[in-house]
Design a binder for this molecule. Structure first.
Ligand code: UGA
Length: 439
């Protein structure tokens, strides 16, 4: 089989590379010539565990190629996946100009039956707009080439995107025709050998599934963060509560870890977009509106604790920050809680020395010399007034507390991810502040 994947961002690059891994010939397309040149020269624009290996292997085997020529890429293809970005508009709704632009390009150059699959996260109704755009272009050409549109939302997580793609929990496909179903079934069968299902449904339900999934997950996080804050007030430990509720199979123990609020490119954008879609249909998604406002508040929690501990006097103080990325195993800083905390600290006249195992280059791009960057986690601590842990990278989980004690000015830790044991730190003489733990 042969496919074209348009957009070499996160979703496009991972999808294209993983499809090639099953023996499919894949052309990854992007309008950004530099990105394509880099990819043709072995330079991958994102950090994602496992990606480099299968990228190299499939490029060597000649199954994976990179081009700016969309028209060429869809010649002889069975299917074309649209995986370009949908950045939020000023009003929070998804900007579809790239998705529809690609649809028009496809309509201008296709010369045989194609399944045009929307893989970008797009608002309900977009696949129909894609269909319309292609039809219009075909009409302009006076052509009547058959095609199908399909919606195939992506559920991969940054940091484990390759593993998620290779072993998905489920594949959701919205289609209107048996022929399109057949093509999609062939493409995805190799990933479903673990018995997990491919769920065919109508296009609107498929588009809705993506938003409902991310919104549900964001709801779990805001819920536990809200409960965590109350735990602190009433003298409970949210870590116990989390385990207590998580062992009920109906609730489950995943995705109920409190923290400094969800970040990343997906949850904030998708929650906002779904609220917006509902508003457009004169329906108010009250729960999601609360999820969003709880998340804004949560990003302030760590700074508020810190400010209180230092009696509002942060001027001239220096803080060590462990972790900058919005979560471990990625260099992505989009909507990262670290950015909010850093901004508050700098505004209060404090300085920040940060260390992140992979996100420092990205942080430097965004923050420049507003903060300093340490070469390792221990260097960041030298003469700092406290340690602030923002991202739970595994290398931060078992530090040598004796070394911390020596390097820090004060034995104070603000733990935004509850990764340390309050009792152990108390025994070691540290002042320990976490999320939702009264101790
Ligand atoms: C999320 C979804 O999990 C994916 O299924 C989806 O495909 C993706 O968005 C997308 O729409 O493309 P991702 O943004 O990579 O994936 O990150 P997650 O691992 O879901 O984490 C999101 C945020 O929630 C992070 O800031 C994380 O720290 C936070 N989080 C997660 C918590 O605060 N507590 C938890 O228990 C879990």
């Amino acid at each position: 089989m042969k496919i074209s994947v348009v957009g070499t961002g996160y979703v496009g690059l991972v999808s294209g590379t993983c499809f090639a891994e099953t023996g499919v010939n894949v052309a990854c397309v992007d309008i950004d010539q530099k990105k394509i040149d880099n990819l043709n020269n072995g330079i991958i624009p994102i950090y994602e565990p496992g990606l480099e290996d299968i990228y190299k292997k499939n490029v060597e085997k000649g199954r994976l190629e990179f081009t700016t020529n969309l028209a060429e890429s869809i010649k002889d293809a069975d299917s074309v996946f649209i995986a370009v970005g949908t950045p939020p508009d000023e009003d929070g709704s998804a900007d579809l100009k790239y998705v529809l632009g690609v649809a028009r390009e496809i309509g201008k150059s296709m010369d045989h039956y194609l399944v045009v699959v929307t893989k970008s996260t797009v608002p309900v109704g977009t696949s129909m707009k894609v269909k319309q755009a292609i039809s219009e272009e075909l009409e302009k050409r006076g052509e009547n080439i058959p095609f199908d549109v399909a919606s195939n939302p992506e559920f991969l997580k940054e940091g484990s995107a390759v593993a998620d793609f290779l072993k998905p929990d489920r594949i959701v496909i919205g289609t209107e025709s048996k022929q399109a179903q057949k093509v999609m079934k062939r493409l995805y069968k190799p990933f479903l050998l673990n018995g997990h299902p491919i769920l065919f449904m109508d296009i609107t339900s498929s588009e809705m599934t993506k938003y409902a999934a991310n919104s549900m997950l964001a709801t779990k996080i805001s819920f536990i963060n809200d409960i965590a804050n109350l735990c602190e007030i009433v003298g409970a430990d949210v870590d116990n509560v989390r385990k207590g509720i998580g062992s009920d199979a109906r609730i489950g123990n995943k995705f109920i870890y409190p923290g400094t609020g969800y970040g990343g490119s997906c949850f904030p954008k998708d929650v906002q977009a779904l609220i917006r879609t509902a508003d457009e249909h004169n329906y108010s998604l009250e729960i999601l509106k609360a999820v969003e406002s709880v998340n804004y508040r949560q990003k302030e929690v760590l700074f508020t604790k810190l400010n209180k501990r230092f009696n509002g006097d942060l001027k001239g103080k220096k803080f060590a920050m462990w972790g900058l990325a919005f979560k471990p195993k990625t260099d992505d800083m989009r909507e990262a809680p670290s950015l909010v905390i850093i901004e508050r600290l700098l505004n209060a006249g404090a300085s920040v020395v940060a260390y992140d195992p992979v996100a420092m280059e990205e942080a430097n791009r965004i923050l420049g010399d507003k903060i300093s960057y340490a070469k390792d986690e221990y260097e960041a601590l030298i003469d700092a007034d406290a340690l602030i842990l923002v991202t739970e990278w595994s290398e931060f989980r078992l530090p040598n507390f004796r070394v911390l004690e020596k390097l820090l000015n004060n034995k104070i830790i603000f733990d935004g991810r509850n990764i340390y044991d309050p009792e152990e730190l108390e025994e070691l003489g540290f002042e320990y502040y976490a999320i939702g733990r009264s101790k």
